[in-house]
Design a protein around this ligand. Structure first.
Ligand SMILES: Nc1ncnc2c1ncn2[C@@H]1O[C@H](COP(=O)(O)OP(=O)(O)OC[C@H]2O[C@@H]([n+]3cccc(C(=O)O)c3)[C@H](O)[C@@H]2O)[C@@H](O)[C@H]1O
Ligand SMILES: Nc1ncnc2c1ncn2[C@@H]1O[C@H](COP(=O)(O)OP(=O)(O)OP(=O)(O)O)[C@@H](O)[C@H]1O
Ligand SMILES: NC(=O)CC[C@H](N)C(=O)O
Length: 674
């Protein structure tokens, strides 16, 4: 039996953090050797980091990568390791993975399929390697093979697919199969998206079954460069079975997942499937002998409890965003988070996510290790309980006006207390009045709600910004902006007011779902080791109706009255932005979907409103603080949905919608169609 122990290590890397990235790689290799792993797969571009952006063009980045590689090679005695880094060849840059065996570089495999959709821009920096081609790269006078390579270790063959390579129809694995490859390594940088781990598992198990091989897949871990979150998904599959899979969303620097694979068994399966060996079977030979294990693998991977407990999206949201916040905090060397806490759903959600960060971090790596990672923050070291630590890290402030209610104050205070965050309370009426009087003096008249509705709303939102920024500055905190995705879509926010902040943790999640999540977090909570982490202080916000509380109380302002029902808003956003439907197509779809629920008139006016607000507010989307990518489509203007800042504003399209609407409501035939 040819039993080989293989491993996949997920690493929490940071672009251009040479010391940190090298340290994590070396820790993973040392632990793999400690566990007698023979072949170790490390993530895509893990030496530089995946998100280096245009720094990939810097020749120095290439030089430093090779320096780090040299140090890594030194530490690979008795192991095969695959390490991702960019390489320059003939003034072209390739996204590559270096295969090292027992302190010898065997070659550099280059990525063949570059993702350039959604949030990916790899075509901007890298060249695609042509299937079947090989070349040479000279490093310090020594030539190494580079390109589409397969490595041979005494008749055990190892091939690679680099992330996207595995997601396309014409994947390298089909050619690896023809070359009798036994182990495919996949170094990935696959950003988190809700439920995406299931797709990855399918890709990997399918490949291991179809190509009768072992497949070792690994991903990055944590918030690498600001917007993208990596869940640390790593797995070992063989012959269609998942033998081992990682714990996702770990707060550790690295995780290591391993299993013993039966190469002999897979070879027999390969022999049963007829395929032709390519005539030019060039393999990169290594004289390193893999050590075989004695004991075969007997167990299979199971889903983690939080994955199978029936609340997958809620769990993934809680874990991904709280880990992203933690990494953002420590990687930006900030001392904590400040939140302007209104007691409404958005700011309560942001506060709750910070609270979860401490609790989930403690569960993941333990209280002392969690504090250790924040040891640069004064006073953190001396904290003894989760509550004491939370108090140091999270500062909230309620900033009431005459339009604020006791309900929201009560909600804010109770939530802060329930997680142990610091709570402050000020009244900003005086500030609003001062500004209003100064401007009234200049314009020579009184401001009134009848004539000056928007300016009077916005000044309240704006005067909240300087104070909360001041607190953030005083404490070296990050200020959280609380806008949610539904507001982002229609610009329902005051620029330089409630948009103030340095990260927008919930900008990727819609308001409707956010409210169900808040109820879930109050009543059910995250599953960890058989218990649930709930935040019961959310019960007050869960009893409230979302409102901006900017107009006088007797106006009974609600977001949905100002805009439209959040469910409908999300629906239109999906149709218009994700699916690129015209206003008429959107309206027709809504008519069918909400036939017995909303009037045609309402649906018409909401469709109109959405398109007008969407196009008018692109500039706002360009100015939001960075948010996290949570699903497979997103409104982020920089890394995802591009839209012109100045545009025709859908005037022509909305005229056609009007004709369509009027034609139908008049009982006549539909005049316009697409
Ligand atoms: N294409 C463009 N490029 C650059 N700037 C552009 C622009 N078009 C307009 N502008 C500028 O935008 C300004 C208007 O934007 P802005 O001042 O932000 O205000 P605006 O979008 O007019 O109003 C804010 C809206 O957000 C709502 N709100 C505010 C605060 C909190 C909440 C809540 O949910 O709690 C809701 C509020 O009820 C109101 O409907 C204009 O004065 C103009 O200068
Ligand atoms: N009274 C307040 N005290 C402190 N911050 C406030 C207050 N009112 C508004 N804000 C800030 O402005 C943001 C925008 O208000 P918005 O109403 O959109 O959010 P919310 O109040 O958190 O949630 P909801 O819309 O569900 O009521 C808040 O999230 C908060 O950061
Ligand atoms: N880095 C990559 O090639 C990632 C692309 C891949 N489709 C993913 O999302 O996982």
């Amino acid at each position: 039996m040819e039993l080989v122990k293989v491993g996949a290590s997920a690493l929490n890397q940071t672009p251009l953090d040479w010391h940190g990235n090298k340290a994590n790689i070396l820790k993973a290799i040392a632990e793999a050797k400690n566990q007698e792993i023979q072949v170790l797969c490390l993530p895509e571009l893990c030496i530089t980091g995946y998100g280096c952006e245009d720094a990939f063009y810097s020749p120095d980045v290439f030089k430093l990568s090779l320096e780090i590689l040299e140090d890594i090679v030194d530490q690979t005695s008795d192991i095969v390791a695959c390490v991702g880094l960019p390489i320059w060849l003939n003034n072209k840059i390739y996204n590559s993975a270096c295969v090292i065996a027992n302190r010898q570089i065997l070659g550099f495999v280059c990525k063949q399929h570059l993702p350039n959709y959604g949030l990916f821009y790899e075509d901007r920096w890298f060249h695609r390697w042509k299937p079947g081609q090989t070349s040479e790269i000279s490093i310090k006078g020594i030539k190494y093979p580079v390109g589409d390579l397969v490595f041979n270790f005494d008749n055990i063959r190892i091939g690679l697919e680099i992330c996207e390579d595995a997601w396309v129809a014409n994947r390298p694995a089909t050619r690896h199969f023809d070359k009798g490859v036994d182990i495919i390594l996949n170094p990935s940088a696959s950003p988190f998206g809700f439920h995406k781990f299931k797709i990855r598992e399918q890709l990997v198990t399918d490949a291991s079954r179809a190509f009768s091989c072992a497949y070792v897949y690994t991903n990055l871990l944590g918030n690498e460069s600001g917007r993208l979150i990596f869940d640390g998904d790593a797995m070992v599959c063989s012959g269609g079975d998942v033998l081992a899979s990682s714990q996702r969303f770990s707060y550790a620097d690295f995780t290591l997942t391993s299993a013993i694979i039966d190469i002999g068994k897979n070879k027999i399966e390969q022999a049963k499937i007829k395929s032709s060996l390519p005539p030019d079977l060039k393999l990169i030979q290594s004289n390193f002998e893999l050590t075989f294990s004695e004991i075969p693998n007997t167990s299979f991977a199971e889903m983690e409890a939080f994955e199978s407990g029936g609340s997958l999206k809620e769990e993934e949201f809680s874990r991904s965003v709280s880990l992203a916040l933690f990494d953002y905090l420590r990687k930006s060397r900030s001392f904590g988070f400040t939140i302007s806490l209104s007691g409404g759903a958005d700011s309560c959600a942001c506060t709750a996510l910070c609270g979860l960060m401490v609790r989930l971090g403690d569960e993941s790596i333990g209280f002392e290790a969690f504090k250790d990672k924040l040891s640069y923050i004064p006073e953190v070291k001396n904290t003894k309980t989760i509550e004491e630590l939370t108090e140091k890290l999270i500062l909230t402030i309620y900033q009431g006006t005459e339009n604020s209610s006791d309900d929201t104050l009560n909600s804010a205070k109770n939530l802060a207390e329930s997680i142990g965050a610091q709570f402050m309370k000020i009244n900003i009426n005086g500030l609003v009045d001062s500004y209003s009087h100064l401007i009234e003096d200049q314009i020579g008249r009184k401001l009134s709600w009848a004539t000056d509705d928007l300016p009077m709303q916005n000044i309240q939102a704006r005067v909240r910004a300087p104070g909360v920024w001041m607190l953030a500055n005083l404490h070296n905190h990050l200020l959280l902006a609380t806008s949610n995705r539904s507001e982002v879509a229609v610009g329902y926010c005051t620029m330089d007011g409630d948009t103030a902040g340095s990260i927008s943790p919930i900008a990727g999640i819609d308001k409707d779902w956010l409210r169900t999540w808040l109820i879930w977090l109050e009543k059910t909570g995250c599953e960890v080791k058989g218990k649930h982490i709930k935040i019961e202080g959310l019960k007050y916000v869960n009893a409230l109706q979302p409102t901006a509380e900017l107009r006088p109380k007797d106006n009974k302002q609600t977001d949905e009255k100002d805009l439209m029902p959040y469910k409908v808003l999300n629906h239109i956003e999906q149709l218009a932005i994700r699916d690129k439907k015209s206003p008429v197509e959107c309206f027709r779809n809504l008519e069918k979907f909400y036939e017995n629920q909303y009037s045609r008139e309402d649906l018409y006016s909401w469709t109109n409103r959405f398109f007008k607000l969407w196009s008018r507010n692109q500039w706002k989307r360009e100015r939001y603080a960075p948010g996290f990518h949570l699903d497979t489509h997103n409104l982020d203007s920089r890394s995802w949905t591009r839209f012109p800042i100045l545009s025709g504003g859908y005037v022509f399209e909305l005229e056609k919608l009007k004709e369509h609407y009027e034609g139908k409501s008049g009982g006549g035939k539909r005049r316009i169609g697409f």
